[in-house]
Design a protein around this ligand. Structure first.
Ligand code: NAG
Ligand code: NAG
Ligand code: NAG
Ligand code: NAG
Ligand code: NAG
Ligand code: NAG
Ligand code: NAG
Ligand code: NAG
Ligand code: NAG
Ligand code: NAG
Length: 807
């Protein structure tokens, strides 16, 4: 035995003596190893749970399997490490050592217990009979456990704290993240909804409102209980119970969108003892079918996803992904009144269907024909829904979500879809761009097919995961080897108060003032290469706020990107915090576009700045394991360096998400006039999509060299979005300043900006989409009508709130 192994064996012995690892537990000491092909696993003493490699697809995954009857052939996977990782090769090994559970792969090592950030070494682990795999540190504290990181399954006795998600798997045989989620929202609502949607009523297909509880627990008797301030208290309302299951129960968010509780009897027969929602009509599961399609129940528990007229499947082999248009919309100026319309479109009718209402114009009409005609004549109309009982004609925004066939007892509807004519029917010999051409351009029209994006995101995450992992690995090692020159370059360093006072010559030259404090120019001493710096003083950062702020610094410190202003270091004395950033000597984008009217930036420069900002934001949102929301994107916060490269600054406002969560809760923040509509409602959900809106506004300002608001002189339009829409339709004469503007490029970029301003976050492009569209790697569809009641008008808003105080 190696000395380390001896020590660990002793620890395991002591642990079992003091009862941590019960006599019936199998303790796993450091030095233990499993291999993918070794056919071994770490078992619970009951033999019902096995931690180890299991086969998935063409390779392997690491996880926990549950055998209701030990040694029987039936088993089910209850937990998977890194579920969205591609299957592991047969060479993979897993070791347990002082640094935790480490996967050894051909492409390098990965730490599974990576969320453990304590100072003690990890000493032993145990597969419990509850299904929990626990890792202990050398003082016998629980350092990490699988119950804290559930995937789609909750075991009996497992706690499910408020704010957490269970995400369904792709299928029974594929544990990657699927399409549905079960969440106990922070507002107390317990909700089932599609993944990647905000926590709003529109997207929930089952919800239970509770107040004052802070989690759920699946009780040993199979009832799902609401848990109060602590989990050990008396059982609270037994909301959902199950029939008399004899043995272990678990609850699973299933691939088909249902939440089911399972029990097993002594023969090991797995039975469903409760199901939510109770209704077996799967068409009520929002997200059962993707955008631009509708769900038709076949009656025997299956559903059909059918495209709306004029739309075709994005992926014929996975029809639930949704549909896209089989024609390209002609821009309005190409259409010559209704004559032009008739040359390109016809109307197709569908009875008794519905979808999530997103109307931009509702009017009372005399007949269904009048409604169909109104849509036909309106360039902006893609579809209209007519309600015969009330004679209301609802013109709808594109795309269409949560379509389904109505039930017999529902009020009948008539839907009209504008459908592109095929070439031979086309009266003018103008050739529409066919889908094949779109495909050849490597594009998917901007429909945001959630799953396609998700697939890509998984691949991308995978790449980024390795890049980040590699960098962080380097970072850790360098820190251990103390202040080498490289370490200084990698991580923000700590400065003394005096150093900064000297560097700024006693805070002499003020170069700006933000809502948090003043910014000064400084110069590091020659031993630090005489680097120019910007020094930002923050006042009164105390208590809880300070804790948050420290965490913030940790994540910002790790962010490195060409289009983000670097944080070089900080200084902390009392409640004063001073941040040291790289100095950007050409000032802010606001100065450049709003103030230099004699020499406006060239068109080329405007395009390159737009791309810089988009790339920087894309990196913040998707570049690392934690998504960072900037929260205050505006021209004042974009700085221009010597080389003309634009960088996003003031990451101090950044609010980041917990790993695995795609949304976070926060109070309204950001600057009035640049805020997403969803900021306006307090305590509402917030996702990286709020930055997309701010980016859209910034982009319009950058393109037009005008403020978004206060534009009385622009054809009577009061904001740049309505004006840009008019411009795209060829209805305005005002020209964008600058002699060298490329009109075609301008139009494309305006379209991108208008999509960014979409009122519904889920229909807004992600920053990835934006980068692709700006880079002409993706075709930009004609945008929908901009939101009319834009509720963040600068004049109707409260003053901005500082995040350092409110977080
Ligand atoms: C599981 O599903 C994901 C997403 O659809 C896919 O990318 C992955 O290849 C699948 N894995 C296996 C093993 O089939
Ligand atoms: C896994 O272990 C085996 C035997 O110890 C070794 O040959 C193989 O290279 C290891 N694989 C990796 C990826 O480390
Ligand atoms: C936690 O539960 C125990 C009972 O197990 C109870 O006595 C205690 O008051 C509870 N604490 C809180 C904060 O609810
Ligand atoms: C809960 O259990 C009780 C008695 O065991 C039963 O009457 C009731 O119908 C059950 N409720 C549900 C939702 O299954
Ligand atoms: C388990 O359930 C199945 C089906 O309900 C039943 O046929 C079987 O007898 C049960 N076994 C025991 C031991 O209760
Ligand atoms: C829905 O499916 C049924 C058959 O299951 C079919 O008769 C009906 O026409 C379909 N409805 C629509 C609107 O496609
Ligand atoms: C699109 O599909 C519809 C049927 O849904 C068809 O009538 C139309 O001709 C197609 N248009 C093109 C341009 O292929
Ligand atoms: C467009 O409209 C004008 C006048 O309304 C008419 O003269 C012209 O022929 C139309 N063009 C087409 C292509 O229909
Ligand atoms: C709605 O559309 C009708 C024509 O279809 C038009 O007369 C009316 O002005 C529109 N209303 C708004 C608010 O745009
Ligand atoms: C739509 O539903 C109504 C009421 O269920 C029914 O009377 C009508 O025939 C349906 N229309 C079509 C075209 O199926």
């Amino acid at each position: 035995m190696e000395p380390a192994e001896k020590a660990s064996a002793a620890l395991v012995l002591i642990a079992s003596l003091i009862g941590l690892v019960g006599a019936d537990d199998n303790a796993i000491g450091t030095g233990s190893i499993l291999s993918a092909t070794g056919n071994t696993a770490w078992l619970s003493s009951s033999g019902k749970f096995a931690f180890g490699f299991y086969k998935e697809g063409s390779g392997f995954a690491v996880g926990i399997k549950f055998f209701p009857i030990p040694n029987s052939h039936y088993s089910t996977v209850i937990w998977t490490a890194d579920r969205d990782h591609q299957p592991l090769s047969a060479n993979a090994n897993l070791t347990f050592g002082n640094e935790g559970l480490v996967l050894h792969l051909d492409e390098g090592d990965r730490i599974i217990t990576d969320s453990y950030d304590g100072s003690l070494q990890l000493a032993f682990a145990s597969m419990k009979n509850s299904g929990n795999f626990i890792v202990y540190d050398s003082e016998y504290n629980i350092a990490w456990k699988t119950f804290d990181n559930p995937t789609d399954t909750l075991m009996a006795g497992q706690k499910f704290p408020i704010g957490h998600n269970l995400i369904s798997s792709v299928s029974e045989n594929n544990q990657s993240s699927g399409r549905f989620r079960f969440t106990m929202q922070r507002d107390g609502n317990i909700v089932l909804s599609p993944v990647n949607t905000p926590d709003t009523e529109t997207h929930a297909y089952w919800a239970l409102k509770t107040i004052g509880y802070n989690g759920l627990v699946l009780d040993d008797d199979g009832s799902l209980r609401l848990a109060g301030l602590n989990f050990s208290g008396q059982p609270l309302i037994p909301r959902l119970n199950s029939s008399q299951g004899v043995s272990v129960h678990f609850l699973r968010m299933e691939a088909d969108g249902y939440l089911r509780i399972y029990s097993t009897n002594q023969s090991g027969l797995m039975m469903v003892s409760a199901q939510i929602p109770a209704d077996n009509n799967k068409c009520f599961i929002k997200g059962a079918c993707g955008l631009n399609s509708y769900c038709n129940s076949t009656g025997n528990g299956y559903v059909n996803c059918l495209c709306f007229p004029g739309y075709v499947y994005i992926d014929r082999s996975r029809v639930f992904v949704g549909c896209e248009r089989n024609f390209t919309r002609w821009s309005c100026e190409a259409v010559n009144g209704s004559t032009g319309n008739r040359a390109f479109y016809k109307i197709s009718t569908l009875h008794n269907i519905t979808w999530s209402d997103d109307s931009y114009n509702i009017s009372t009409v005399k007949s269904d024909h009048e409604c169909s005609d109104a849509c036909f004549r309106d360039c902006d109309c893609y579809a209209a829904l007519f309600l015969p009982s009330t004679k209301l004609c609802n013109k709808q925004r594109y795309p269409f979500q949560y379509g389904r066939v109505l039930l017999d007892q529902d009020e009948p509807t008539v839907a009209f879809f504008k459908v592109g004519l095929a070439e031979q029917e086309n009266q003018l010999s103008v050739k529409p761009v066919s889908r094949e051409n779109l495909r050849m351009l490597g594009t998917v029209p901007l429909v945001l097919p959630l799953l396609l994006t998700a697939t890509f995101a998984i691949v991308l995450d995978f790449l980024i995961f390795f890049l980040c992992r590699y960098r962080m690995g380097t970072y850790r090692r360098l820190c251990e080897s103390m202040e080498t020159g490289l370490a200084k370059a990698m991580a923000p360093r700590s400065f003394s108060y005096k150093q900064l006072k000297d560097a700024t010559d006693g805070y002499k030259e003020e170069i700006g003032e933000g809502i948090y404090g003043k910014v000064y120019r400084g110069l590091l001493p020659p031993c630090d290469a005489g680097t120019p710096i910007a020094v930002k003083k923050l006042k009164n950062v105390r208590g809880k706020v300070e804790e948050k702020f420290r965490n913030e610094l940790k994540s910002i410190g790790r962010v490195h990107h060409r289009n983000l202003v670097r944080l070089l270091g900080f200084c902390h004395e009392g409640s004063d915090w001073i941040l040291v950033y790289e100095y950007m000597n050409r000032g802010s984008l606001a100065d450049l576009i709003f103030q230099s009217h004699e020499a406006p930036p060239s068109w080329k420069q405007r395009v390159s700045i737009a791309m810089d900002v988009a790339r920087g934001l894309y990196y913040l949102h998707e570049g690392c394991d934690v998504a960072i929301i900037h929260g205050d994107i505006k021209p004042e916060n974009v700085l221009i360096g010597d080389d003309g490269i634009a960088k996003i600054g003031d990451l101090g406002l950044a609010k980041h998400l917990q790993p695995g969560n795609h949304i976070t809760y926060t109070r309204p923040r950001g600057t009035p006039g640049y805020k997403a509509p969803e900021w306006a409602k307090p305590c509402d959900w917030v996702s990286p999509k709020v930055d997309v809106v701010s980016f859209g506004i910034l982009l319009l300002e950058l393109l037009c060299l005008k403020k978004f608001w206060h534009l009385q002189e622009l054809d009577g339009e009061f904001n740049l979005a309505s004006w840009a829409y008019k411009y795209l339709k060829g209805e305005t004469k005002w020209q964008v300043p600058g002699g060298d503007v490329d009109a075609e490029e301008l139009q494309e970029m305006m379209k991108v900006a208008l999509w960014c301003l979409h009122g519904s976050p889920e229909k807004r492009p992600s920053m990835y989409d934006v980068v692709m569209m700006l880079g002409r790697k993706k075709i930009v569809e004609f945008p929908p009508v901009p939101l009319l009641d834009w509720n963040n008008r600068a004049d109707s808003d409260q003053p901005p709130m500082a995040d350092v105080e409110r977080g």
